[in-house]
Design a protein around this ligand. Structure first.
Ligand SMILES: [Ca+2]
Ligand SMILES: [Ca+2]
Length: 279
C-alpha cells in the first residue's frame, strides 16, 4: 500500500510525465504484440476430447489422409433414433494452449486450415460442419462455422481478426448462439484451441456416416502489446489515462509488473514500457 505522501508523489510524477507527453504531441503509432502461433501438421496428439450432442452415435478422430499426408480425419456416425432433430458435435484438439497470464491479453485470433470430404453415406450437400473452437474453464466456444461440403478436393479456409465476441458458447442442439464469450483478458484462464466437427439429421432421418479431413491447421494469437494497456491496437495518451485509472482503482491491470501488488514501481514500469513503444 502507498502512504498518502507516496501516492501524492506518484500522482505528481505521473502528471508531469503526462503533461510532457501531451506537450510533445506524442500519440504513438500502430503496434502489434508478438504473435504466438500454433500449428499441427502431424496430428499425432489430436483426439476428440469433448463430444456433445444428443445423437448417441460415436465420433472418432484419427490421423489419416492429408495434403500432403498425414492429416486428420473426423468421422461422425449417426444412429437413426428419433422423430426429432439430433446431432453430434465434437471438439478435437492437441496441445495448442494459450495462457493470457503468461503471454498477455488477446487482441485477436487468426486461423487457417485445409479441408476436404473423405466420404461416407451422407447423401448430399453440407458434408460436415467445421469451425474454430476453444475451451476455457471447461466451457466450449466456437467461431466462424462453415460447411466442408462433399467434395474430395482440398480447399483453404481462413479467417483473421477474430475477437472474443466472435466466439460464442456452445449449446446443443440447434439452440441460438449463446451470449457468453471467452475471456481474453490478462487475468483469464488458459485457452485450448482446436477444431469443431458436427453432423446432424432431421426428424426421422436414417443412420449415416460422414467423414471430413483437415490438414495444415494453424492458429495465431495476437496479444495486446503491454503498453497498449486498453488493448485498442495502438499506443496513445489514452493508454496513460487508462493505466492510471486502473492503478488507482486497484484494477489488476494497474499491477503492471505483476510484482508486489500496486506500487509506485508499476507507474514507472508502465511509463518505461510506454516510451519504449511496441513492436
Ligand atoms: Ca491503446
Ligand atoms: Ca506491481
Amino acid at each position: 500500500m502507498l502512504s498518502p505522501g507516496e501516492a501524492k508523489g506518484a500522482i505528481a510524477r505521473a502528471g508531469s510525465v503526462l503533461a510532457a507527453v501531451i506537450a510533445c504531441g506524442v500519440t504513438g503509432g500502430e503496434v502489434r504484440g508478438q504473435p504466438v502461433s500454433f500449428s499441427e501438421t502431424e496430428f499425432a496428439t489430436w483426439s476428440p476430447i469433448i463430444v456433445l450432442g444428443d445423437n448417441p452415435g460415436p465420433v472418432t478422430g484419427q490421423v489419416g489422409g492429408g495434403n500432403p499426408s498425414p492429416g486428420y480425419v473426423m468421422q461422425h456416425q449417426l444412429t437413426a433414433t428419433t422423430p426429432a432433430v439430433t446431432g453430434s458435435y465434437a471438439f478435437h484438439a492437441g496441445s495448442a494452449i494459450y495462457r493470457p497470464d503468461v503471454s498477455g491479453p488477446i487482441r485477436s485470433v487468426s486461423w487457417s486450415e485445409e479441408v476436404s470430404y473423405e466420404g461416407g453415406t451422407f447423401p448430399t450437400g453440407d458434408g460436415q460442419g467445421n469451425s474454430l473452437m476453444c475451451v476455457q474453464d471447461g466451457r466450449v466456444f466456437y467461431a466462424d462455422y462453415f460447411y466442408v461440403g462433399t467434395s474430395s478436393i482440398w480447399r483453404v479456409h481462413a479467417r483473421s481478426g477474430l475477437t472474443a465476441a466472435d466466439f460464442v458458447a456452445f449449446r446443443a442442439p440447434f439452440q441460438p448462439p449463446g451470449v457468453l464469450h471467452p475471456d481474453f483478458s490478462a487475468q483469464a484462464s488458459a485457452i485450448r484451441f482446436g477444431v469443431h466437427s458436427a453432423n446432424s439429421q432431421g426428424p426421422g432421418g436414417g443412420a449415416y456416416v460422414a467423414a471430413a479431413r483437415i490438414d495444415n491447421w494453424m492458429v495465431t494469437v495476437v496479444p495486446c502489446c503491454p503498453a497498449d494497456i486498453n488493448c485498442t491496437g495502438d499506443v496513445s495518451v489514452q493508454d496513460i489515462f487508462d493505466f492510471l485509472a486502473f492503478y488507482f482503482a486497484s484494477d489488476p491491470r494497474g499491477d503492471f509488473n505483476g510484482v508486489g501488488g500496486h506500487s509506485v514501481q508499476d507507474i514507472f514500469d508502465f511509463l518505461a514500457a510506454y516510451f519504449a513503444g511496441c513492436p
